[in-house]
Design a protein around this ligand. Structure first.
Ligand SMILES: Cc1cc2nc3c(=O)[nH]c(=O)nc-3n(C[C@H](O)[C@H](O)[C@H](O)COP(=O)(O)O)c2cc1C
Length: 361
């Protein structure tokens, strides 16, 4: 029997065919790139940040490093050119136009968003490394803009709950987090020089290495607001999308992974989501959204220890290598635990590829 699953999500009356969003970045820098992206299985698209004036970035401005991507990408075709690009689009998916308020004061950014709405934006969005600018921009934008308003937050905002509630009061429709993390850099040992070409050689890190940081941030934001949350930062596979939704996200965005691996990653993840939902008897994301949140401040235990299910153990020995206290060893091709030494730290259960080791009672 086939299990019918519904991947769609709804935000402020706008329907996304699935929760996957191509977030602000180089893959959405003009109409040609946006149309190319739209042929993939994603639910919505955010433009690259739209600046008033055109800007170019010093080469090189995007580099693969340590499994992630570091960028110093300030490129924009400029506002007037963007309006022409938007007029060329024939999209059947929601389009979120983004104004980076780092370069545009709040009142002006709101005015630009108003014009972008008239050129087909389904959502208007703002991002800024200075979060207070976002509150002010949303207040201005709410006066004229009719479509939903999104903001994308920088990483590591202190008192994030307070900020999110003020954004909600100002009239925000969805909160996205987070922007790339920095400063970050890389050095080529052969040339003995920094790899990024910008002045200062610093950029911002994104893709897989930042995922656990974003997941914690999304859980904290989702616990504090009632508006939908878009989790972006480090997502690279189906399992990450599921985790983001369990932490409270409604939509899940990516930039770094599709830059490194191609836009096909959206098709692969969309198919992975269908399979996961069917296998776990989940028909809609409403059934799992935020399901991890009640446990974040749950009761703490200190009496749990590693337990090995011998029927699942394949004898790979990975758990023994990660056991800092020397409690796990191999006997007759199976892992075994010495309870005199086990502290229940938990690394073993996360390195076991078969879920044969679990920390429990
Ligand atoms: C090359 C590059 C360019 C980006 N440009 C923008 C931008 O113009 N505006 C913006 O708000 N965020 C921009 N971002 C940040 C992403 O939208 C996203 O928040 C961040 O990279 C984390 O997601 P990821 O780990 O999936 O890349 C850019 C990211 C990358 C990698």
């Amino acid at each position: 029997m086939t299990h019918e699953v519904d991947l769609s999500v709804k935000v402020s009356g706008v329907i996304f065919e699935n929760p996957l969003i191509l977030s602000e970045g180089p893959l959405t820098g003009d109409a040609r790139l946006i149309e190319r992206a739209a042929s993939h299985k994603l639910g919505g698209i955010c433009t690259k940040s739209i600046r008033q004036d055109a800007a170019v970035s010093a080469n090189p401005y995007m580099i693969a490093a340590n499994g992630g991507l570091i960028n110093a990408d300030w490129t924009s075709i400029g506002f007037d050119a963007w309006l022409k690009e938007l007029d060329k689009l024939h999209l059947s998916k929601p389009l979120m136009t983004n104004v980076g308020t780092n370069y545009t004061p709040p009142q002006k950014a709101a005015e630009l968003a108003d014009v972008l709405e008239q050129h087909g934006a389904t959502f208007v969005s703002f991002s800024d490394y200075e979060p207070e600018n976002l509150v002010e921009t949303v207040r201005y934008a709410r006066k004229n803009v009719k479509v939903p308003i999104m903001v994308k937050l920088p990483p590591f905002v202190k008192n994030i709950g307070d900020l999110c509630r003020r954004l909600e009061d100002a009239g925000v429709s969805m909160i996205a987090a987070m922007d790339a993390v920095g400063p970050a850099m890389d050095i080529d040992p052969e040339t003995r020089r920094p790899v990024l070409g910008c002045n200062g050689a610093f950029g911002y890190l994104s893709a897989a290495p930042i995922f656990p940081l974003t997941l914690a941030y999304i859980a904290e934001i989702a616990a504090n607001v009632s508006v939908p949350v878009l989790g972006v930062g480090g997502v690279s596979k189906t399992e990450d999308v599921i985790k983001m939704i369990m932490a409270g996200a409604t939509c899940v965005g990516m930039v770094g992974t599709p830059v490194l691996k191609g836009l096909e990653v959206f098709d692969k993840i969309e198919s992975g989501l269908r399979t996961w939902m069917a296998e776990h008897n989940v028909r809609s994301f409403d059934e799992i959204r935020g399901c991890a949140l009640p446990y974040i401040h749950g009761a703490e235990r200190t009496d749990l220890r590693a337990r090995v299910d011998e029927s699942l153990c394949v004898g790979c020995g990975l758990c023994t290598k990660s056991c800092y206290c020397g409690a796990l060893s191999m006997a007759d091709g199976k892992a075994q635990v010495n309870y005199e030494y086990c502290s229940g730290c938990g690394v073993c259960q996360t390195v076991c590829p078969k879920r044969a080791v679990r920390v429990g009672k």
